[in-house]
Design a protein around this ligand. Sequence first.
Ligand SMILES: Cc1ncc(COP(=O)(O)O)c(C=O)c1O
Length: 421
Amino acid sequence: MNRREFARLVGVGAAVPFLPAGYVWPRATALPAAPAAPDEKFWLAVREQFVMPPDLAMLNAANLCPSSAPVLETLYRNTKDMDRDPSFDNRVKMGEGRERTRRLLADFLRVTPEEIVITRNTSESNNLVSSGLDLKPGDEVVIFADNHPSNNTAWKEKAKRFGFTVKVIPETNPHPGFTHYVEAASRAMTPQTKVLAFTHLTSTVGDLLPAAELCRLARERGVLTLVDGAQTFGLMDVDLSAIQPDFYSGSAHKWACGPKENGVLFINRSAQPKIWASIYSAYPGAVGVSKTFEAFGQRDEPAMIAFGEALAFQTKIGRAAIEARSRELTQALVAGLRTIDGVKIWTSADPSRTGAVVSFQPGSLDVRKLSAALYQNERIGGATRAGQDRPGVRFSPHFYNTHAEIDRAVAAIKKYMARGV
Ligand SMILES: Cc1ncc(COP(=O)(O)O)c(C=O)c1O
């Protein structure tokens, strides 16, 4: 029986269930060296490193990014290696690969490997913080309304259990300027406040918060900071040595274009004595806080190694170049959306107050129907936000997108706004 016959037998149509050894995902060109001033030709070559079909315009980086072919190959090669020979002896090198990823993460965020925990995603990282701090009745945690549930729901649920209180700073739209956030946090914090938890770049409408200023203010008041970096890790050239949070969280599968179920939690050296590990098991990390905090039992080390490859891939292109490219595409998108009658953009008109997340309300169009039409008729993938609070569509372009895709997205919105869905 050949592969095709076997595939038919197990009901997966004509798909080939197993990849040949040393499989290389087809791509037209190798990743060229990044020029000093990358042009559209370079970004098209970057796009070719991804296995998405050319007609699919994915504008949903804030939710889930594709991994590049080199990352997929690393994941596949290491998974195959592990399953070919799962002995402890063969897996020694996997542990070394995991530590290499830790070092790459530390370089990426400009901190030390001793402060890095490789988690499974931002949700887990945020929850390891809210579960691990010694908080008791009388203590207070200050959060921002636009934080993700893995931050805000977690604090509120744990408050019920441990007796501390949670104070929510309401959101203000549009972004009222950086000073607003610092003043709002300053007013909200009291001598009882132990933690300030905020989102670096919000997933709701893409508001950028003044992370360094908020962390400095909290530090002056003896308050710990949790910075949710789900929307900045892998998008912005984040420098934690400048921001100086106590905790920073991120997911591999978002802007970093890494494998699924990998994430990062940075725990500042000074905060390490103040937090308990929530999971105690075998197979911790090898250095610093990971020796006590990262003993989560058996891990998917091939995925952890592929996470490192994703960081290396972005570093090769250039972190600043990636941020600049994503911002440039976003500004082109915003400029296009602004020309469409009836579109209300929730994201700040000031590029310095945002990143690469754009939310807008397409007039009175049914957002779910619009989203389905965008995907089915136009091959454009975005996200939707239901409810009364700044509802609409969210587009989040990344460095694998092209100006042609942005133009297509704007033209499609224009078309449906004019004729309905
Ligand atoms: C700001 C923010 N925090 C946390 C998360 C959770 O990320 P994950 O699902 O990777 O845990 C998200 C996901 O969209 C997010 O936008």
